[in-house]
Design a protein around this ligand. Structure first.
Ligand SMILES: NC(=O)c1ccc[n+]([C@@H]2O[C@H](COP(=O)([O-])OP(=O)(O)OC[C@H]3O[C@@H](n4cnc5c(N)ncnc54)[C@H](O)[C@@H]3O)[C@@H](O)[C@H]2O)c1
Length: 449
């Protein structure tokens, strides 16, 4: 077919399989974030509440020129699974169903939970793969037994297949909402599928439970998102299996409270060439996540994830006079009275013209799981989209989803983009690209011709 003026110069749209049938969402860790997400989806389906904070549900995407007035909703622009098509399952070390777990988490009001009680009660976690060595502050009895880690991986793979069969879903996504594990670094056992499988059989200490879930997902061709700062899929074995089995991955660590604000503010300081002398961040929180992070091993994992953000955004190597020696400190304090309602303080020492110092104080009284739930929803829907799109499904890491993540994964050797506005543009341009639409560059000279 000859190109028409409208299609001339445009690339062909990617072939994306339709989002037909149901989508199963499998969640290791049915705590505060997971239950706030699940209960929220059900409340939205019932018309009780709105999906505030979700780009897939509320966002639009501009196409063409500003004067075209063409900004469809994202959910109408790309074929995403609908909320009514989501079916949930998960694993936890506690036997509580999703209603009891949500009550325990104390994020959503009892009144809201009671309106969807039978639905939440129907979601009962499967026994978990767990080992206290990796999360010192937790102890649960609802755990799988196996002769070695490979046996546990096989049990998880069986769970995945059984859920798919019994629920009748067509596709699956797995998203980690489990606790933060102790700090681990890459070793030889993570280098290849052969080494990893040998390690599973030998109960290698460097293989954490979260990696066993991720391995099971990869082997079943199921996309996996890592909501915690754990090493989980940031290792060569997972990159290789992800590509080979067309199981897209995204990670890591949901970008919610303080780090979200950091990646909004810091790009602004840099854009205006304002210097930074120091950034002191402290938090109090009293939920189970806070209790887990009270352990130095788990805190170290979180700290690493939180610290890299400023270095990457401010690029001291390019701007030594502005950012060479800034002092960055992050503290998290477990303080039970606050529950999930975290308070994050930031004291930011900046300097301006001729080096004159100024201070900014931010006090963010946030709700952690309220900020995380829409991220979980969007990651699930976009990873399922990636799985259905041949251009993306074999790429491994889905860097275009960095928007949602505190410590975005990139291909080895490539530094991550932390700036929320670059991440947002990257995400939307990826969607435009998939649909054969022009990128938006914001050049705009043509309006003045
Ligand atoms: N809430 C946020 O804003 C936010 C932001 C970024 C990251 N995260 C991360 O998300 C994760 C969940 O946070 P949360 O507030 O829901 O915590 P939570 O403690 O309420 O829930 C975690 C759940 O995971 C379970 N769990 C732990 N290890 C498991 C395993 N091996 N298998 C199955 N279940 C397991 C725990 O029993 C618990 O129920 C944490 O790692 C947290 O650091 C949360």
């Amino acid at each position: 077919m000859a190109p028409t003026p409208a299609t001339q110069g445009k690339k062909a749209a990617s072939q994306i399989a339709p989002a037909s049938g149901k989508l199963g969402v499998m969640i290791p860790g049915m705590g505060a974030v997971a239950t706030t997400f699940i209960a929220g989806v059900e409340a939205i389906r019932k018309g009780i509440a709105e999906p505030i904070g979700s780009l897939t549900q509320m966002g639009t995407i501009r196409l063409g020129k500003r004067t075209d007035g063409n900004s469809p909703r994202i959910m109408d622009f790309v074929p995403l699974a609908g909320l009514n098509d989501l079916v949930f399952a998960g694993w936890d070390i506690f036997e509580e169903d999703a209603y009891e777990a949500a009550l325990h988490a104390g994020v959503l009001e009892k009144d809201l939970l009671n309106q969807i009680k039978p639905f939440l009660q129907s979601i009962k976690p499967m026994p978990a793969v767990f080992d206290r060595h990796y999360v010192k502050k937790l102890d649960g009895r609802h755990v799988k037994q196996g002769k070695n880690k490979m046996d546990l991986a096989e049990q998880l793979r069986a769970d995945i297949r059984n859920f798919k069969k019994s629920s009748g879903v067509e596709r699956l996504v797995m998203i980690w909402c489990g606790s933060t594990e102790i700090f681990l670094t890459q070793t030889a056992v993570h280098a290849s599928p052969a080494a990893f499988e040998e390690g599973l059989k030998n109960n290698d200490e460097n293989i954490a439970p979260s990696m066993i879930y991720a391995y099971a997902a990869m082997m079943e061709g199921v996309p996996f998102a890592n909501g915690a700062p754990n090493l989980t899929v940031d290792i060569p074995v997972m990159l290789e299996l992800s590509k080979k089995n067309h199981a897209p991955i995204a990670g890591k660590d949901y970008k919610t409270g303080q780090t979200l604000l950091k990646t909004i503010l810091a790009p602004g300081f840099k854009a205006r060439m304002l210097g930074l002398a120091g950034w002191f961040s402290t938090n109090i929180l009293g939920n189970r996540d806070g209790e887990v992070l009270d352990d130095p091993g788990s805190f170290k994992t979180k700290e690493e994830s939180k610290l890299s953000v400023l270095e990457q955004i401010l690029q001291p190597e390019l701007y030594p006079k502005l950012y060479k020696d800034f002092y960055h400190k992050v503290r998290i304090n477990y303080y039970p009275p606050r529950g999930d309602n975290k308070e994050g303080w930031d004291n930011i020492d900046i300097f301006g013209w001729l080096g004159y110092p100024m201070q900014i104080k931010v006090d963010f009284l946030c709700r952690d799981s309220i900020l995380a739930a829409p991220i979980v929803l969007d990651l699930v829907l976009f990873l399922d989209l990636a799985k259905r799109c041949p251009e993306l499904s074999g790429l491994g890491i889905q860097e275009w989803l960095s928007f949602y993540l505190k410590s975005p994964m990139t291909v080895p050797g490539l530094y991550p983009e932390h700036d929320l506005f670059i991440q947002s543009m990257k995400l939307k341009n990826t969607l435009r690209h998939l649909r054969g639409e022009d990128m938006i560059t914001h050049l705009g000279l043509e309006y003045y011709d």
